[in-house]
Design a protein around this ligand. Structure first.
Ligand code: ADP
Ligand code: MG
Length: 743
């Protein structure tokens, strides 16, 4: 008996099942149903070879007329050429660069389906390595032809030797013989939303007759995906709400009040509003779980600091978790500065209500680190700022009240959970992100959190203009460096961002024993699977290559140029950032280490080298480093020989500074499965059918969310919904497996 849960070995031989599992993640019959075709070919014309046009994707019914193989000159193995003919005497060639496995089957007289993209070789048309399926009898041919006169032809993404046809056959067999398909969506919901049954949806997706059917089927699959995800989120939310937190009540006349009294600026209305929400939630006996989003420079850090001070006022401690050492050090510095003598608790001359702010990172010297650890454990430190190092087991707090996670997208849920466990009771959690989060993503990836948005920028921010520079035109490149020189001459500073570190000529930074910092791995511009998108990869410009070029450029004579990247040791990074902040460096050639949070208001120009290697959101983040002061910002995106899609991406970035618009565009441009996966390890993140950048799908998610939250509210353990409970369990298992695989 075949069910959705049957392993694929019930359908195909073990080695094929293994390959489908390894390359496509297909393990069960249910997985196979969820593996929707990449596209569909139109029926008709399957028997007339004279109708073919180069570039078309086709499937034809034909007979093998001739087949010949010969050794190749430059490679091992044999090449196979096959000539096909139709009933009217038209011909089509097939070419296989490896005859192995095909030679025995494609003999003259063999008949079957052949599918592929039509190419031209000389004056003849051909299919290269087509997918094919041969028939035994006239009856089989007739049945298949008839089927395809009335049905669209699904095309599945092939893997290794398992071509689309084989997958199609597998799916059809499975559809015909599967016992019963589970229905996770309750009847009531299905009726109300007018949703197809799940079995019908699979039929439409895998065996459609007319154009609009696959779309209808897919809508149902999208709803299911959203519904299961939202059920998980609803359960997570209800579990958090069942936990007890220590209420942290405001203290009049405490640190927060003292801090507010000396703030050099007025809080924006948004900052005040969010501040009130946080104060309120900290005072409750349920753990806060809130996401604070706001454009770069919208003043999130001040908001978070105020919440931390409130936590300290109530007798607790706060931890601030930053994604990189550069950022942790910078937070530590700026918080210490903002607090002034309030950060000198226990020190002679400090304010009497003051507290202590300590830094904890992986590459600190042992004694410094030990002191920070002691201060955290004793409660001496009110605020502990750190990187991943904060999460480690031996780090203890006296009474952790609030965890602030900066730039959320670099942290997984497991890491946050580890931090939560450091409290006596679960601490309140505030997550900050500068990546604007479109509503679809807010509802899915962050669906178990409450969200707040800071939408207005503090006064005194300047506009940023962005241009794309064609690096193939020497004049434009020259002009770019001149602009940088002009900004420097007028007292400003510049960033030059490169996609990779490259080798330092002197080798001094890569010498043996140089500590690898924890953040060096995520700074290479790895956002795009570029090879797949636009052909052979070009050599990417490294930081050191750029440094040497710029130092040798007469236009930049006398300009002070230095580098910053994750392979530098922590002290060097820190010193470089400090020097740049102090204006002792004019141009900083860097990797994406500067992507988040780095704040030097005097920097006005940014040149991004090989800009096509960066994603939309990443460019937007990078660009946020400039225009932070009173002078307008200029961002120059340099690119050479970028493909169409890359050019389009850059044009989007140049066209708007609206982060939400760009975030949505980004979602559309990315390969969907990766949208959240790369950044959100361990979250309910990868989506199979939903397209988060699409407005239509936003409504599907919103509906599913409403339905799922209502069901969980009435029945948190899903006792009355076994099929839904099973789907949830399966999804969680998958996530767990994916998480473990990623390490
Ligand atoms: P974000 O973390 O959202 O990128 P920050 O909190 O780092 O933004 O704020 C950026 C800069 O703006 C900091 O120098 C900060 O002191 C300043 N700032 C924050 N809030 C205000 C405000 N209300 N008015 C003026 N300046 C502000
Ligand atoms: Mg910040």
């Amino acid at each position: 008996m075949l069910t959705e849960d049957s392993p694929l070995t019930k359908l195909v031989k073990k080695s094929d099942a293994e390959q489908l599992g390894r390359t496509k993640g297909l393990r069960t019959v249910g997985d196979l149903f969820e593996f929707v075709p990449r596209r569909y070919l139109q029926p008709g014309q399957t028997t007339d070879l004279s109708q073919l046009r180069p570039g078309e994707d086709v499937m034809v019914v034909a007979e093998v007329l001739k087949a010949s193989s010969r050794a190749m000159r430059n490679r091992r193995g044999k090449m196979l050429t096959v000539v096909l003919g139709d009933e009217r005497g038209n011909e089509l060639d097939l070419t296989f660069f490896s005859a192995y496995g095909h030679e025995g089957k494609l003999r003259p007289g063999a008949r079957g389906f052949f599918a592929g993209t039509v190419g031209a070789y000389g004056r003849r048309l051909q299919l290269t390595h087509p997918d094919y399926e041969l028939f035994e009898s006239d009856r089989e041919v007739d049945a298949a032809v008839e089927h395809y006169q009335t049905h669209l032809i699904p095309v599945y993404s092939a893997t290794g030797k398992i071509y689309s046809f084989r997958i199609r056959t597998m799916v059809q067999v499975a559809l015909d013989s599967v016992e019963r398909i589970r229905e996770p969506v309750p009847d009531e919901v299905r009726g109300r939303r007018g949703l197809l049954g799940r079995t019908a949806a699979y039929e439409l997706v895998h065996r459609p007759r007319v154009d609009e059917e696959p779309g209808r089927g897919l809508t149902r699959l999208k709803y299911d995906e959203a519904f299961v995800l939202q059920t998980i989120l609803a359960q997570r939310r209800s579990a958090t709400e069942a936990e007890l937190a220590t209420p942290r009540l405001p203290r009049p006349g405490g640190l927060l009040a003292a801090f507010d009294a000396r703030l050099p600026f007025e809080l924006t209305a948004g900052q005040r509003e969010v501040g009130a929400v946080l104060t309120d939630e900290l005072a409750r006996d349920r753990p806060m779980n809130r996401l604070l989003q706001g454009e770069v420079g919208s003043g999130k850090t001040v908001v978070a600091l105020r919440a931390m001070l409130a936590a300290i006022d109530a007798g607790g401690q706060a931890a601030l978790l930053a994604p990189t050492e550069v950022l942790a050090a910078q937070h530590h510095r700026s918080i210490t500065t903002m607090l002034g003598d309030l950060a000198e608790g226990g020190m002679l001359g400090g304010a009497d209500i003051g507290t202590k702010v300590v830094l904890l990172t992986g590459s600190q010297s042992a004694p410094t680190r030990k002191r920070s650890l002691l201060d955290a454990a004793s409660g001496e430190a009110g605020i502990v700022v750190g990187t991943h190092a904060l999460i480690q087991k031996h780090v203890q707090f006296a009474d952790l009240a609030l965890v602030v996670v900066d730039e959320q997208h670099r942290f997984g849920v497991e890491q946050r959970d580890a931090l939560r466990e450091k409290g006596v009771r679960p601490p309140h959690v505030l997550v900050m992100t500068a990546t604007p989060i479109p509503r679809t993503v807010a509802m899915t990836v962050f669906g178990d959190m409450e969200t707040s948005t800071l939408s207005e920028l503090p006064r005194g921010r300047s506009p940023i203009t962005t241009h794309v520079v064609d690096a193939d035109r020497p004049g434009w490149v020259e002009r770019t460096w001149q602009r940088v020189a002009e900004e420097v001459a007028s007292g400003h500073q510049a960033y030059v961002v490169c996609p990779r570190i490259g080798d330092s000529d002197a080798g001094q930074n890569d010498g043996p024993g140089a500590p690898l910092s924890s953040d060096s791995s995520d700074e290479e511009a790895g956002d795009w699977d570029v090879a797949e998108e636009e052909g052979p990869p070009r050599e990417l410009t490294g930081v050191y290559t750029m440094l040497n070029q710029l130092r040798a450029n007469p236009a930049l004579a006398g300009v002070r140029i230095e580098v910053l990247h994750g392979r530098l040791d922590a002290d060097t990074k820190e010193a470089t950032m400090r020097a740049f902040g102090a204006g002792e460096i004019d141009v900083l050639v860097a990797t994406t280490v500067i992507e988040v949070g780095v704040d030097v208001p005097n920097a006005t120009v940014m040149v991004v080298v090989d800009a096509d290697r960066f994603g939309i959101s990443q460019l937007h983040q990078l660009r946020g480093r400039i225009g932070r002061g009173s002078a307008p910002g200029l961002c120059l995106l340099m690119t050479a020989g970028a493909g169409d899609r890359a050019a389009e991406r850059l044009a989007e970035v140049a066209a708007t500074t609206d982060g939400f618009e760009l975030a949505r565009a980004d979602l559309l441009f990315r390969r969907e499965g990766d949208v959240l996966g790369a950044r959100q390890s361990g979250r309910s993140n990868s989506v199979r059918h939903l397209r988060l950048g699409r407005r239509e799908d936003e409504q599907i998610i919103a509906d599913a969310r409403e339905d799922a939250f209502a069901i969980v509210a009435a029945d948190p353990d899903l006792r009355g919904h076994p099929a839904l409970a099973a789907a949830v369990a399966m999804r969680l298992d998958e996530e767990q497996a994916a998480y473990l695989e990623r390490g």
